[in-house]
Design a protein around this ligand. Structure first.
Ligand SMILES: [Fe+2]
Length: 225
């Protein structure tokens, strides 16, 4: 979770989960991202648009995990199940799932947690309560990261800050209020704990970067808007 060239360091972790409405889809039949390609979910899948780095990384992750041809088949099936416009953000997807505009979508876990907590207001917390979070096993984990800008004026202070934020104490402090996970251990907030344990897969952040251009091309080819 750091750049081999030491240009950036992970600070917190985020799990890319699925959010579903049990009144629209059979939650017990959805365990993995690849299940979203099942023809039984026709018209029931909501996705954020192709520009989202979260989704680009998810696709890059699948290229590493299941290979290019299986990723292509997954994308083809999943995109065929999308009937709604492609959404600009993860929160919009959670609202759409809750309002039964679709049955299942892919989001970062902390968006659901923040909505449940009421950070976005009462209405969003009610929306989030009508949904279930499904954590694939293993799960795709993305990160927030930091680095020092090339022309930073206070370089040694910047390095000190970065070292603190990447430390167990700093990472915990950064992740707690945003409902993300620290680099080591997990967020202890009950809302996040309720999403269940997760096992990160073995794909490195560097791998996600290397496969990013190919991921974007496959998404485009599959019709991911
Ligand atoms: Fe985010």
């Amino acid at each position: 979770m750091k750049d081999p060239g030491k240009e950036w360091y992970a600070l917190t972790r985020r799990v890319r989960v699925m959010v579903a409405n049990p009144k629209v889809v059979d939650v017990s039949k959805i365990n993995d991202y690849t299940d979203l390609a099942n023809p039984s979910l026709k018209g029931k899948v909501c996705l954020r648009n192709r520009k989202s780095p979260y989704n680009q990384s998810l696709v890059a992750n699948q290229i590493v995990n299941i290979g290019q041809s299986k990723t292509k088949a997954w994308l083809k099936g999943m995109i065929a199940n999308v009937s709604q416009p492609f959404f600009p953000g993860d929160i919009a997807i959670i609202r759409a799932v809750s309002k039964k505009k679709c049955g299942v979508g892919i989001v970062n876990h902390y968006y659901v947690a923040r909505m449940l907590d009421g950070i976005n207001g009462r209405r969003d917390s009610l929306y989030a309560k009508r949904t279930s979070v499904i954590t694939p096993n293993p799960a795709h984990v993305n990160i927030s990261a930091g680095g020092v800008a090339k022309y930073a004026k206070n370089k040694s202070e910047a390095i000190q800050l970065l070292e603190f934020l990447a430390s167990p104490e700093g990472s915990k402090g950064l992740a707690a209020p945003t409902f993300e996970h620290p680099l080591k251990e997990v967020n202890q907030n009950e809302i996040v704990k309720n999403f269940g344990e997760f096992t990160p897969d073995k794909v490195t952040t560097e791998d996600l970067g290397i496969n990013n251009p190919l991921a974007i091309r496959l998404m485009k080819d599959a019709g991911w808007k």
